[in-house]
Ligand binder design. Structure first.
Ligand code: HEM
Length: 407
């Protein structure tokens, strides 16, 4: 068996075009629109020889592969590496990198910790924090929206929501970036991310221990499940780690992208201010339009077929969620940001059994920020160029200078 980037090298299946592209080229990661469109134009799948993978970007097939956990498993890794063949860089996640029945048991605990009731109880505090921050930013006028808003807000509330005793802003944010860059090939982005490990990973691992968790947050519910014998102590720590891996960088990206969408589409911001009931659909449209998680992988665990294409067991499939979310056959005029679109069925939060278990929390955080913006900000303008930060799995802003004019 020949290996490439940690997985089995395959031949292009019959009927699948060969496409000489590097989906992890920083230029594509920073500005992926044309790559998304070209991928969809190739058909249900394209074969990418550089990594010997199949890639899909049409909504229908991406959804099929991403949600069919029986044929396309997550336990072999949701990045390029196949965990059946190579050891992952950190102990494998017991949620996002697990299959049923093990996945179901662990996910149940996380879903309980972040239940609608638990999130409801946090909403008032989230709003107070968002109102305070937006007041400060309006008073400043011009500011750096990635650092001063998108990063500042989640790190001001998330550690308490989990029950962390310490909140190290850089570690929390950089760990997410590291985990997501770790899903790509052995490129500069992954190498630089891995080099941050010694500074970050020990701190993260320490926060996942029971002795570091205060009562009253998601962590307490997770360790209560260990007390009840549902999971063991080590698994409880691993579930706290899942929150720290997936709960900060994603939300930071969601907030940054929301401000960018409103700053670059002033007519849509006016519509939203005129009709605050559009707040929730507006965030769904931000998710669809910007796809914070641009691509994740699955591995075929059986010989199978999708859209008439034969797929061999062991094939890595890059599911390009950003391409699926901009598929014109699913969303007419997909290239337009439309706060009233209500884009049901977008894949930005995943779908099926692995669909984002933290989505209510993410919506509560971004909802509080959007609500404060609608109430307090009259005009949002770019105060310089928006710069995107290439990451092997996340489409995130690096710099977003903006000006808020208060009401
Ligand atoms: C805008 C914010 C967010 C986005 C775009 C996002 C996106 C996603 C996506 C696409 C998946 C599916 C992965 C897959 O199927 O392989 C996922 C799963 C997951 N997310 Fe999120 N997420 C966000 C916020 C959060 C937050 C705030 C948390 C927790 C604090 C979280 C925790 C998780 C976990 C633990 C999973 C794995 C679920 C499973 O495998 O059953 N996410 N997320």
């Amino acid at each position: 068996m020949t290996m490439i980037e940690g997985h089995t090298a395959i031949e292009p299946p019959k009927g699948v075009p060969v496409w000489d592209v590097d989906p992890y080229d920083p230029a594509i990661l920073s500005d992926p629109g044309e790559y998304y469109a070209e991928l969809r134009s190739k058909g249900p799948f394209a074969y990418i020889p550089k990594y010997s993978i199949l890639a899909c970007g049409r909504h229908e097939e991406t959804k099929e592969v991403f949600s069919d956990w029986q044929r396309f498993v997550s336990s072999r890794g949701v990045g390029l590496q196949d965990f059946k063949l190579e050891k992952p860089w950190r102990p494998q996640s017991i949620v996002v990198e697990a299959d049923p029945p093990y996945h179901s048991q662990n996910r149940k605990v996380l879903a309980r910790a972040m239940s609608p009731k638990a999130i409801s109880a946090l909403k008032e505090g989230f709003q107070i924090a968002a109102d305070r921050l937006i007041d400060e930013l309006v008073a400043r006028g011009t500011f750096e929206a990635v650092e001063d808003l998108a990063e500042a807000y989640p790190v001001s509330i998330f550690p308490d929501a989990v029950g962390l005793q310490e909140g190290n802003k850089r570690c929390l944010i950089d760990y997410g970036a590291m985990v997501f860059n770790g899903l790509g090939p052995d490129n500069k982005l992954r190498q630089n991310a891995m080099a941050m490990g010694p500074d970050i990973v020990p701190w993260i691992n320490e926060q996942c221990q029971r002795s570091k968790i205060d009562p009253g947050g998601f962590g307490e519910t997770i360790f209560a499940a260990a007390d009840a014998g549902e999971i063991n102590e080590e698994e409880a720590g691993m579930l706290v780690r899942s929150l720290l891996s997936a709960g900060v960088d994603t939300t930071v990206t969601g907030i940054g992208s929301t401000v960018w969408c409103l700053a670059t589409n002033p007519d849509q911001f006016e519509r939203l201010k005129d009709d605050p009931d559009l707040l929730r659909p507006a965030f769904e449209e931000v998710l669809r339009y910007t796809s914070p998680v641009h691509s994740f992988c699955r591995t075929a665990d059986v010989d199978t077929e999708v859209a008439g294409i034969s797929i061999k067991k062991g094939t890595k499939i890059l599911c390009v969620l950003g391409a699926a979310n901009s598929d014109e056959t699913q969303w007419p005029d997909a290239g337009k940001f439309d706060v009233a679109r209500r884009p049901m069925g977008h894949l930005a939060m995943g779908t099926g059994i692995h669909g984002c278990v933290g989505q209510n929390l993410a919506r509560a955080e971004v909802g509080a920020v959007l609500n404060a913006i609608i109430n307090k900000v009259d005009k949002i303008e770019l105060a310089g160029d928006a710069v995107w930060r290439p990451n092997n799995a996340i489409h995130a802003l690096d710099k977003l200078p903006v000006k808020f004019t208060g009401k």
